[in-house]
Design a protein around this ligand. Sequence first.
Ligand SMILES: Cc1cc2nc3c(=O)[nH]c(=O)nc-3n(C[C@H](O)[C@H](O)[C@H](O)COP(=O)(O)OP(=O)(O)OC[C@H]3O[C@@H](n4cnc5c(N)ncnc54)[C@H](O)[C@@H]3O)c2cc1C
Length: 468
Amino acid sequence: MKPVFNKVDKRIVEELGAIVGPANVFTDAARLEAYSHDETIGVRGAPEVVVRPAATAEIAAILRLAQRERVPITPRGAGFGLSGGAVPTHGGIVLSVERMNRIIEIDAANMMVTTEPGVITGDLQRAVEAKGLFYPPDPASLDSCSIGGNVAECAGGPRAVKYGVTKDYVCGLEVVLPSGDVIESGGKLVKNVTGYNLVQLMVGSEGTLGIVTKIVLRLLPLPKVQVDLLVPFDDFGAAADTVSDIIANRILPTAIEFMERDSLKAVERLTGNAVPFSDANAHLLIQLDGNSRTAVDADLEVVGELCMANGAREVLVADDQVTRDRLWDARRKIINALNHESPMNHMEDVVVPRAEIPTLLAGVKEIAARNGVRVICFGHAGDGNVHINMLQDAIPDDRFTAMVPKVSAEFFELTLSLGGQITGEHGVGVTRRKHLPRALGQAQVDVMRRVREAFDPAGILNPGKIFP
Ligand SMILES: Cc1cc2nc3c(=O)[nH]c(=O)nc-3n(C[C@H](O)[C@H](O)[C@H](O)COP(=O)(O)OP(=O)(O)OC[C@H]3O[C@@H](n4cnc5c(N)ncnc54)[C@H](O)[C@@H]3O)c2cc1C
């Protein structure tokens, strides 16, 4: 049944002000604008009010109020999502956790960090690294997105090849349920099988089951040696084959990123800085790490040989921090650069078993050519996750808008036929929800819907997300 929502009136705004202080409640259009979108192109929705709590008890009071008044409420981290999850498509309240930005404790003895959700991921990484510890998940947006948003989306990143994604590090969560009840699930525990695993249910739930207010993450020792390789290829398919060959040779690099020529050309145009061999058709950016120089060098030699055997033009080794930072900076700017290339850029985020990467990339190019649209691929090839960008270029607006869902559906069919899925890390949100039944089957979608209803029978928390 479709929930019926009420509007936010003056009385509700005043009550929110009494909970968090009037300075942390906005209703003026100019300030609301910043909370009416995330980084997803073409998804917008105006909130009626934005509230910025600083404590769990305040969030509990806000949820009780929203529940009583039947007003929709959308949790928001840093607003850097790529599926519209933080956009209030039904209006109502946007609840931003940006003021809850404290790292509560780095517990070196247990190798755990406890943090509030609004901490920027890169800041958390640097804080633990200063103590010789390592939090591996590294979304390309790490200097902008929040750790709470990473938990809600189960963010990944290049290092997923070797170290996994956010879900592999979350051991405990404090969550405010839509009812206003506060639960603590898990903790600084490496093992715990007490009841259903609600921690993992929350991870990747895209703000539809509860609001995460405290996060316990496990940490690793910081690897002592790291080396990065930039490998240009003239043949697009050969770069894809190299990814499979490296894994098939029992080498697990920290990261294997795939970048098509036009993605690096776009970065050069955006930044004005040259990328080595940017005229090559495709590049791999490979990272290896470990605790022994000898072991890392041995892997480096094999990877280098495999690249050359597949026709690489060169294997450029970046051993020092400055060169490494320059290479990764170019990789992290690709999304921004592609968004500047064309009036519209529609991105998909498919994932396949990693050995299927060559078939996926070849199939994507065939679909693009048949539909007459320019497509640029880049992404986390080492874990099977490829970002497919459809660029509008000179295609008229109405034709491009009509073409995007049709071409995306073809990409999804190809991905599903290879044993893959429609999103590897950006989430379902608003943009992919209509494809969920095709991706999962109706019975699975129905079970998920019933789970959501068990948490939120009135449907006030982040309505319009995930479910078609
Ligand atoms: C340039 C660029 C590069 C990117 N690269 C990557 C990448 O490599 N890997 C990757 O995985 N993603 C990537 N992303 C996507 C995005 O950064 C991630 O999804 C990130 O996790 C979003 O975090 P955020 O704080 O911005 O969340 P928001 O956009 O604010 O919110 C995302 C979702 O989480 C919910 N949410 C936020 N905070 C909470 C909370 N405390 N409790 C409950 N729900 C909450 C929101 O309701 C929403 O549904 C990239 C985005 C950009 C713009």
